[in-house]
Design a protein around this ligand. Structure first.
Ligand SMILES: Cc1cc2nc3c(=O)[nH]c(=O)nc-3n(C[C@H](O)[C@H](O)[C@H](O)COP(=O)(O)O)c2cc1C
Length: 328
């Protein structure tokens, strides 16, 4: 029996559940064509960042040499924003002419505002869906969790207002009551949750006595936390779930699908093992399906999610004590 890897994600039909996640590989037509050929089911483009646009605007203002005239600054900002948008939309248009798999645009934002307009523009350029990379963080002691959550909801509502294509929200796990918060994002308009975003992490160089960036490319990073929360969400929410954290092998992918993920995304292994790892992962899934007698993804997807198992508390365990008592 040959394994059918077709699956559904936010109402779209994908040839496989493997999505090339947002990273530098997903900003070139050439790489995306190669990933499609290797079997990727969809691609999430490299995010367009708020900072990227602000920075371009700032550089142009500097070269304009005019900081005093706010009209000039507004003009330059608008112009440079349009240039960044246009470059991005050009990539979408080019991809739509050349690839068959769904193209998911990605916006990285942390404030409400002009982004809503941009969402419409990627839609007009032909993007099949939009992934919103939404990571708000507060170090303000006066800010409550509820207020922060409200900001997430407002941004999603704003973006969703004029959007016809599906919207995925990629976020972190720093919510006090994770399931409750995710239900609010769903109600605000999220058609999928992408768990979890890889966060920028600080480190310290003790010799130079300065703050540095932690290592970015860590294979396997965050895998088990994604597994836990995908499984818990599968029993609690009625939207698509995409797992992204630490997938290296076909076995990792099978675990996430068993836990209830509709799709999974990869980024780090594209850097550490190359685009050919896509075929390795998909062959690993096919091989496992063959050995277990499954013909399609739907035959086993979610079989080990919290919703389906007899002892759902296994996913809720957080204390080590009992299990590690014997380890020296
Ligand atoms: C070098 C690099 C660049 C990334 N750039 C983005 C980005 O622009 N937008 C985004 O949403 N995620 C970005 N990510 C996060 C990935 O899409 C992915 O969610 C995360 O790395 C976890 O998957 P992984 O363990 O397979 O890397 C980036 C990851 C890496 C390693």
């Amino acid at each position: 029996m040959s394994a059918d890897l077709t699956c559904k994600y936010m109402g779209m039909t994908l040839p496989s559940p493997l999505i090339a996640g947002s990273c530098a590989f997903t900003q070139s037509v050439e790489h995306i064509l190669e990933m499609e050929k290797a079997g990727a089911g969809a691609v999430v483009l490299k995010s367009i960042f708020e900072e990227q646009i602000s920075n371009e605007a700032y550089q142009s203002m500097e070269s304009a040499g005019d900081y005093g005239d706010t009209r000039a600054i507004d003009y330059v900002r608008q112009y440079t924003e349009m240039a960044a948008y246009e470059k991005y939309n050009q990539l979408i248009r080019e991809l739509k002419k050349n690839v068959r798999i769904p193209v998911i645009a990605s916006i990285h934002c942390h404030r409400d505002g002009d982004w809503a307009d941009f969402a419409q523009r990627v839609q007009e350029a032909g993007a099949d869906a939009l992934e919103l990379n939404l990571n708000l963080m507060s170090a303000d002691p006066k800010m409550t969790g509820e207020e922060l959550e409200k900001q997430y909801v407002e941004i999603i509502r704003h973006i969703k207002k004029n959007l016809r294509i599906p919207l995925a929200v990629k976020t972190n796990r720093y919510f006090t009551s994770f399931v409750n918060s995710m239900l609010k994002l769903r109600k605000a308009g999220a058609d999928a949750l992408v768990l979890f975003q890889r966060m920028y992490e600080p480190d310290i160089d003790v010799e130079q006595m300065k703050i540095t960036a932690a290592k970015v490319l860590k294979e396997g990073d965050g895998f088990n936390e994604a597994l836990r929360w995908v499984s818990i969400m599968d029993g609690n929410i009625d939207c698509s779930l995409s797992a992204t954290s630490g997938v290296v092998t076909g076995e990792d992918a099978v675990k996430l699908l068993l836990a209830g993920a509709d799709t999974f995304q990869i980024a780090t292994v594209l850097y550490t093992r190359g685009i050919q790892q896509i075929s390795v992962i998909l062959d690993g899934i096919r091989d496992w399906m063959g050995r277990h007698g499954y013909g399609s993804i739907g035959d086993f997807q979610g079989k080990l999610s919290m919703r389906c198992i007899d002892n759902p508390e296994v996913y809720m365990r957080m204390q080590f004590m009992k299990y590690f008592a014997g380890i020296e």
